[in-house]
Write a new protein. Structure first.
Length: 354
């Protein structure tokens, strides 16, 4: 009798794993569903594409499982949008709404609102997009003790470019790298942006900071000075370094601009100071590095004349490779950082539209 009871207990406690779910062999999860419908938050699109200066809607709707109603009515719905950092450990507040109360935060103030096309619509509208708006956003809906989230990625059309200052290669700590990008009408690039640029053909042997604090560089044509000629193409990763003490170049990201980029037709070549004044006299400002890259990549700007830029460098954009003008590839050609007082070049200007 005791043996029979023992066998019965074993048969009750032991459960064979489902043959089609081998991953469940070592772990069994028990779901307990409370009374009433479960709150679900859904993003109809996981990725949204836009550009600097544009308006965008990040989709988010909420439902109760097995019902078509948006809410139970027993509790007020609270909608919170945050921006996720690269490691998901920190979140930046963007917008919160509950009932008639609305609050936006930081640089999003005056630029964000809920679409509210229906009673279950929690989609976020962002106007006048900035370069810093790129990234992943979390939509969180809370009703009483229930809550759920969805994540939407906002991608911006743009271009990644490597940058080093007049001092030369590997002279920027992380904070200086961030400032250098901002000064050139751009922001420090993310890994995703660098990866997309690499897939589009970006090849650069100097390592540079990225927004997550890592140091990496993209190689499409393996060669000895850049990881070895027998290695596979890819993103070379130096890892994470001291943001204050370590020094590298930086990869910047910029998008389209609200203005006109152009080469100034002038009767003579100019020193750097003369170039700055010539642009001002023409109702413009001397162009920045980010602006020449955006004009080249996004507008197809092509000019074989080398010209001064705001950082004291001299460059020229080639979209149609030809003899004596970057014959092998389309690129923004870098002449260098010439002597500002004695070397003579043309100048690229930028006139912002109001």
């Amino acid at each position: 009798m005791k043996s029979l009871l023992f066998l019965v207990l074993i048969s009750v406690c032991w459960a064979e794993p489902h043959p089609g779910n081998s991953s469940l062999e070592h772990e069994r999860i028990v779901h307990i569903q409370e009374n009433g419908p479960r709150l679900l938050v859904v993003a109809e699109q996981a990725k949204i594409f836009s550009h600097r200066g544009g308006n965008v809607t990040l989709p988010c709707k909420f439902y109760h499982e097995h019902t078509s109603t948006a809410g139970s009515g027993a509790h007020k719905i609270r909608v919170k949008w945050t921006k996720l950092t690269y490691d998901y450990l920190k979140e930046v507040d963007v917008f919160v709404a509950m009932g008639h109360h609305r609050k936006s935060y930081g640089s999003y103030q005056g630029r964000v609102s809920l679409r509210e096309s229906s009673e279950n619509d929690a989609s976020l509208v962002i106007t006048s997009l900035m370069l810093e708006d790129y990234g992943r956003y979390k939509c969180e809906v809370i009703e009483g003790l229930e809550d759920d989230t969805a994540v939407v990625t906002l991608n911006l059309e743009g271009v990644v470019f490597p940058y080093s200052p007049r001092l030369g290669r590997y002279n920027l700590n992380f904070h200086e790298a961030q400032r250098a990008c901002v000064e050139q009408d751009s922001v420090i690039a993310s890994f995703d942006q660098l990866y997309d640029a690499w897939r589009s053909g970006l090849d650069w042997c100097n390592a540079g900071w990225l927004s997550d604090g890592s140091v990496q560089y993209p190689i499409t044509k393996p060669r000895e000075p850049c990881g070895g000629k027998n290695t596979v193409p890819g993103i070379r990763n130096y890892g994470f370094w001291d943001k204050d003490k370590s020094r590298y170049d930086v990869f910047c990201f910029t998008s389209n601009f609200n203005g006109r980029f152009y080469y100034l037709i002038h009767p003579t070549k100019l020193t750097y100071d003369e170039a700055v004044q010539a642009c001002l006299k023409d109702g413009s400002q001397i162009a920045k590095v980010g602006q020449i890259f955006a004009a080249w990549k996004l507008l197809g700007y092509d000019r074989c004349d080398a010209g001064w830029l705001a950082d004291g460098s001299v460059r020229y954009p080639i979209s149609r490779p030809r003899k004596r003008c970057s014959p092998s590839e389309a690129a923004v050609r870098f002449v260098g950082f010439p002597d500002k007082k004695h070397k003579l070049y043309g100048v690229y200007c930028f006139r912002a539209y109001n």
